[in-house]
Design a binder for this molecule. Structure first.
Ligand SMILES: [Mn+2]
Length: 330
């Protein structure tokens, strides 16, 4: 066993009450990871509390332990022996679930695959090459002797399928496919996961696309759009993600980088970035106080929306210029 895996196993064995937190505005990998960890800890005879600021969207309610994934509430204990953060590039991604903890947790384990991970915590299992946090968890669980049950396979495959957009992203390797096939062998329902994790969406998401596509602009390789708070509230869209719109825009042939700005009710602006190789958006997001992966990243900016837009457009175009001059030197 790798020393980091051994350290995680020891920390888990020594802990009684374990807190697991995933990132705000959770995606399929965040939710697959937190529920997978919950199922694994339960199998190991541990008590686990699963926290996520924004709860679990209904389309992921097929996940085992889905109902246990909650925003911080009275069910939370006053102290925990161990905190495991999954799919979080930095501590702020854990949101209020972490920020409002009444007492500090003595040991923090950071399990993640974001290239911008800050290596927070006491034990770090950060694997940027992994296509999803659940891909890391698969290897970890195997090393820890956790049995990959059908329940666990459903959680793990959900992360792999959603973060790779159905095995379509550049990081997908033969190993990813081998893990996926192991998970299907263990009983995971791939068509269900693909439908619920990637294809299905509420009408409000279609309305968000309608608004976003109406406002879309393309200049100097940057394609972007914005949705203000009034528009967002009018359609009842209460998610911090862009509902796939930023991916759609990122695949416009004439665009190098795409950005979608979403104004939230507290006045902050959530920004999603996408691009295709050889471009990268992780540095751009990091420079704006966020983080992510080379081809998919994001940040949260202070309002007002027009000011945030001006910043994103200026820095987005500058990123494209700089990266293009880098390509021509090679
Ligand atoms: Mn992820």
């Amino acid at each position: 066993m790798h020393p980091t895996e051994q350290a995680i196993l020891t920390a888990v064995q020594q802990a009684e009450n374990i807190l697991v937190i995933t990132h705000v505005g959770p995606d399929g990998d965040a939710l697959g990871s937190i529920t997978a960890m919950g199922v694994a800890l339960r199998q190991l005879g541990k008590k686990a509390t699963l926290l996520c600021d924004d709860g679990l969207p209904e389309r992921f309610n097929y996940l085992p332990m889905a109902r246990q994934v909650q925003p911080p509430n009275e069910k939370r204990l006053t102290s925990y022996d161990l905190l495991i953060a999954v799919d979080c590039g930095d501590e702020t991604r854990m949101g209020q679930s972490f920020a409002t903890l009444p007492t500090a947790v003595p040991t923090i384990i950071n399990i993640d695959h974001h290239v911008t991970n800050t290596y927070f915590g006491d034990i770090q299992l950060v694997v940027p090459e992994a296509v999803s946090a659940t891909e890391i968890l698969y290897d970890l669980f195997r090393a820890m002797g956790v049995t990959i049950t059908t329940d666990l396979a459903m959680c793990l495959l959900t992360g792999v399928v959603t973060d790779t957009l159905g095995f379509r992203t550049v990081g997908v390797t033969a190993k990813t496919l081998r893990i996926a096939s192991e998970l299907v062998d263990a009983g995971a329902d791939l068509p269900l996961i693909t439908t619920r994790g990637l294809s299905s969406h509420p009408y409000s998401t279609a309305q968000l696309w309608q608004l976003g596509l109406n406002n879309m602009r393309l200049e100097d390789g940057l394609i972007w759009t914005k949705i203000n708070n009034t528009q967002r509230e009018a359609i009842g869209y209460n998610n911090t993600s862009t509902g796939g719109l930023v991916n759609f825009l990122g695949n416009v042939n004439q665009a190098a980088i795409s950005a979608v700005l979403l104004e939230m009710d507290d006045g902050t602006v959530r920004v999603g970035f996408r691009c295709n190789p050889p471009y990268s958006v992780s540095e751009l997001a990091l420079n704006l106080g966020g983080g992510g992966h080379p081809l998919a990243a994001g940040c949260s900016l202070d309002g007002p929306l027009d000011k945030a837009e001006a910043l994103v457009v200026a820095m987005g175009k500058e990123t494209i210029r700089q990266q293009q001059s880098g390509f021509s030197e090679d």
